[in-house]
Structures are given as C-alpha cells and as structure tokens.
Design a protein around this ligand. Structure first.
Ligand SMILES: Cc1ncc(C[n+]2csc(CCOP(=O)(O)OP(=O)(O)O)c2C)c(N)n1
Length: 286
C-alpha cells in the first residue's frame, strides 16, 4: 500500500534549528529521511555543508548519534560502526553514511566503492547539490554541463558523471534516486533500504539556492522541475529490476534551466541538445 502523510511520525529527528541557510535543500532531505530512519540510526557525515549545519561543538540538530568523519571515509567509518554493532549483537540500528556529491562521487568515492563491493549492511546517501558548496561552490563530477560555478565562470564543459549507474554496476541490494519535492517517494525508499541486508545507495537531488542562483523559497520548486522535465528521473533498482517511480509530464527543459542564474550562459543550441538527450533517454520522438 502506498505511504501516506498520516503514516509518518510527527516528531522531527533532524531540525528545526539547524545551522544551514534558509531554504537549504540538504536540510530538507535530512528531515525527510529521518522520518523513515528513526532514532535507532547512526549517521556518519564527511566534510560538507551537512556536517556543518548538523551541528558543531556541543550542539547538534540530529536526534540520533552523528559522527563527523574526514572527507574521504564516511562509508569506511560506517562499515566499522556496523562491525562494532555486530560484535555486540546489536541488530536494530540503521547505519547511514550521508555525503554531498563531492563526498560521494569524487573525494569520497574510493571508500564508497569499497563498502559497496563488500555489500556492507548500510545505506549511503548522496545529497546532490551539484557543486562543492561548503567551500564556495566549485565544480565537481556531479555538476551538470554548462553550469557556472565559482571556479568555472564560463560554465562546465564536461558532462555529469552518472553515479546511479555506477552504483548499480556494483550489484548492491538497492539503488534509488529521490527528490526532496517528492517526500513520500523519498521516505518510502528509505523504508525499503532499511530492510535490505546489504548495501543501499540513495541519490537525492537537493538544490542549493546559492549555487544554483535561485530564490531560497524556490528550492522545492526547482527540485520538482528537474523531475517534471525528465532531467532527473525517479527510479529504483532492486534485484537487478529497474522501476520508474514517476512518469514525468515532460515540461520543456528550458523551464527548469533558464530561471537558474548558473545557466545564464546557455545557448539555444545547448538547450536543444539537452532536450534531445532527455527525449532519447525516455524513448520519445524528437
Ligand atoms: C581532503 C579534503 N579536501 C578538501 C576539503 C575541503 N572541503 C570541505 S567541504 C568541501 C566540499 C564538499 O562538497 P560536497 O561533498 O558536494 O558537499 P556540500 O559542501 O556541497 O554540501 C571541501 C572541498 C577537506 N575538508 N578535506
């Protein structure tokens, strides 16, 4: 049966009172995910906005243990925590590494691929804001082509690396994409991941209004436009079976791209190229 809002716990185990920017997409993702994960969860977070906004010194907004790791190693630390829990016979704790796109796809990739290869009993979350935001919005492998960043001021010249496909290729228990604009879908995916005996990977599109150069109150709206245009597909892979969770209405990609300041250099030719690749991906006519 489909999940409904009435099924969700009222308590918030992440926020309010976090130290992030108003309109932070990553914080919304944390709040939504914790509705499924619950307080019997240990979260490891590498260097990122989420590490900072989740608390520092004696304050934390996570209502569950949260461990700030070095940049390269959240999945390795999670693996160690799972081993320690197992050694103590503790089975009712979710172990989650929660990283930004750099902590997942770039600087953190070696520990992620190792933990996935071992099919560790854990969930890795990539909250993808498509830039290195905690250090000022630099380009990474998850930055889309053409996006302007603080170190590529004319726009990125290479394509976004497909992390979901890379993680699927590990043959892990569960792979899913999610968006903060579709909270019930996101929460249902966390509920599924908790039940898996091995490794789950959840990739959440979580816009950053500063990097994307959009109004802060439009974070959710842009997370939705990405999905509605078909540029960010909601799907999951279980036991090798791929399911699309939402059929987008296919609004034109330019409705999503052009209002964002980071795409202000987009040419009509580039927009057409992006639209063509979306059409091709979904098997739609030109
Ligand atoms: C080994 C290492 N290199 C660089 C840094 C500096 N650093 C801290 S956070 C960060 C960017 C993190 O980007 P991402 O993982 O995408 O998360 P976001 O900041 O966007 O939330 C960088 C480069 C560091 N702490 N450690």
């Amino acid at each position: 049966m489909a999940l409904s809002i009435a099924d969700l716990p009222k308590e918030d185990l992440f926020g309010p009172g976090h130290a992030g920017c108003g309109g932070c997409g990553a914080a919304v993702a944390g709040r939504q995910a914790m509705k499924a994960l619950g307080s019997r969860t240990i979260v490891t977070i590498p260097a990122s906005c989420m590490a900072t906004l989740g608390g520092s010194n004696l304050k934390t907004t996570w209502q569950s243990p949260f461990y700030h790791t070095l940049f390269e190693m959240a999945p390795a630390v999670s693996s160690g925590i799972r081993a320690a829990l197992e050694a103590q016979g503790i089975e009712d704790v979710n172990v989650v590494s929660w990283a930004g796109d750099a902590g997942t796809a770039d600087i953190g990739f070696q520990s992620l691929t190792g933990a996935a290869e071992r099919n560790e009993h854990m969930i890795h979350v990539c909250y993808d804001n498509e830039m290195y935001m905690n250090t000022g919005g630099q380009t990474g492998s998850q930055t889309p082509m053409y996006a302007i960043t603080s170190n590529m001021t004319k726009g990125k010249t290479i394509k976004k690396k497909n992390m979901l496909a890379i993680m699927e290729a590990h043959g892990i228990d569960y792979v899913a994409s999610a968006s903060i604009a579709y909270p019930l879908d996101l929460i249902a995916k966390f509920k599924k991941a908790i039940e898996k005996p091995g490794f789950s990977y959840i990739h959440i599109l979580a816009p950053c209004h500063r990097g994307w150069q959009i109004p802060p109150e439009k974070t959710i709206e842009f997370a939705r436009l990405a999905v509605e245009s078909g540029l960010f597909e909601l799907y999951e892979v279980e036991d090798g079976n791929r399911t699309r969770n939402y059929e987008p209405p296919f609004i034109p990609v330019e409705n999503y791209l052009l209002p964002q300041g980071r795409f202000k250099n987009l040419t009509q030719e580039a927009i057409q190229g992006i639209q063509t690749s979306v059409n091709k991906h979904y098997g739609r006519g030109e």
